[in-house]
Write a protein that binds this ligand. Structure first.
Ligand SMILES: NC(=O)c1ccc[n+]([C@@H]2O[C@H](COP(=O)([O-])OP(=O)(O)OC[C@H]3O[C@@H](n4cnc5c(N)ncnc54)[C@H](O)[C@@H]3O)[C@@H](O)[C@H]2O)c1
Length: 333
């Protein structure tokens, strides 16, 4: 049922990204911050500073945040393998959940959290912000309207100095990260392609390089999809030091083609003429926090419900399998 009274939100995980969620939530009307949880005293302090609320209740353990503040909703922004426990505990405590990507770290975990969500009737969303960003929303609609025709080929890449940025952090410790760049920024790339195109990868050929790390850093991936379309995903986790996230997705169809280059969209018409799409042509964007709160109020659908996490982890598992074996791997649906 839609909620009209102030929504009390808790934050689990007060790192750099969690604090971003907190700031956005704090700026929204009708939101009350219930409290924060993080084992790090410093992270809790920084979170309180971020919202200039020195009295914001803080807890070392998420279970204490849930029991003592009884929030209506929580945002989870913790290391990846902890998402499962934090999601299940939050749903059990009666909270709507917005969880950071990757939702979970295996297909079986994805099914487990979706079943738990269904058993409670609560919301479970993923913070895949591309679902609320104008260029991606625009392209998804264009593809749904069949303006590009049947998709024949997708070519995309994402580059980031991830290898240099993550040294010595939980991100390169498989026990906490559940995987490397494919579970981190590249999770957005896989999701964006699958979500915009609706393609279903069936078989994957992948070369995955861990460099000197314990997790994937660089991946060259070709996926064969259900309608015979091919997708090439290039994940360049060892871009030069200092590089932020750069991303390009080009989608070829039987009638035309389109591209997203960072936040610009280009369209090729049937005769191969290219034009840049003006911002005013695109739908208004938002962010996952605003969308989550609107979904709780019943005024919007969740932009990235838990179901979006399932095809991403199914594809990711097939990539890891192919990378390990050196052989093509079937995507297990
Ligand atoms: N959507 C995006 O674009 C985006 C960007 C950055 C990070 N993220 C995601 O956000 C999440 C956090 O990433 P980050 O960059 O903030 O990492 P971070 O290392 O800055 O923060 C992680 C925080 O989790 C805390 N933590 C560890 N164990 C915990 C536990 N048991 N309970 C509660 N807190 C615990 C740590 O103390 C730390 O403060 C990850 O899922 C990451 O993939 C998403």
């Amino acid at each position: 049922m839609a909620q009209t009274s102030p929504i009390r939100v808790g934050l689990i995980g007060c790192g750099g990204n969690g604090r971003g969620h907190l700031r956005r939530l704090c700026e929204m009307e009708g939101i009350a911050l219930a409290g924060i949880a993080d084992p790090s005293t410093k992270a809790r302090e920084l979170a309180r500073e971020a919202v200039q609320d020195s009295d914001l209740p803080g807890f070392r353990k998420p279970s204490n945040l849930l029991a003592q503040t009884q929030p209506d909703a929580v945002v989870i922004s913790t290391p990846h393998t902890l998402h499962l426990r934090h999601i299940l505990d939050s749903l059990e405590a009666g909270c709507h959940v917005l969880c950071e990507k990757p939702l979970i770290c295996s297909t079986s975990e994805a099914r487990e959290v979706i079943a738990a969500r269904d058993a409670t009737g609560l919301l479970l969303g993923i913070s895949y912000q591309r679902h609320t960003m104008s260029p991606y929303m625009y392209c998804r609609q264009l593809l749904a309207d069949e303006e590009i025709g049947e998709i024949t080929f997708v070519s995309c890449w994402q580059a980031q100095a991830w290898y240099y940025l993550t040294r010595g952090t939980w991100r390169v410790n498989p026990e906490l990260s559940g995987g490397g760049q494919l579970n981190d920024s590249a999770s957005h790339l896989l999701d964006a392609v699958l979500w915009m195109t609706g393609l279903q990868p069936e078989e994957v050929h992948a070369i995955v390089d861990k460099l000197d790390a314990e997790v994937d850093i660089v991946s060259a991936i070709t996926a064969h999809c259900s309608n015979n379309a091919l997708c090439n995903f290039s994940v360049i986790g060892n871009a030069p030091p200092g590089f932020g996230v750069f991303e390009e997705i080009v989608i070829w169809g039987s009638k035309a083609a389109l591209a997203i280059q960072d936040n610009d969209v280009y369209r090729w018409n049937a005769s191969g003429k290219r034009r840049k799409v003006a911002k005013r042509e695109m739908p208004k964007g938002s962010n996952p926090d605003a969308n989550f709160i609107a979904a709780i109020r019943g005024t919007e659908q969740l932009a990235a419900p838990a179901e979006c996490g399932l095809p991403v982890i199914q594809l990711t598992e097939a990539i890891w399998e192919s990378g390990e074996s050196g052989q093509p791997a079937k995507v297990k649906h």
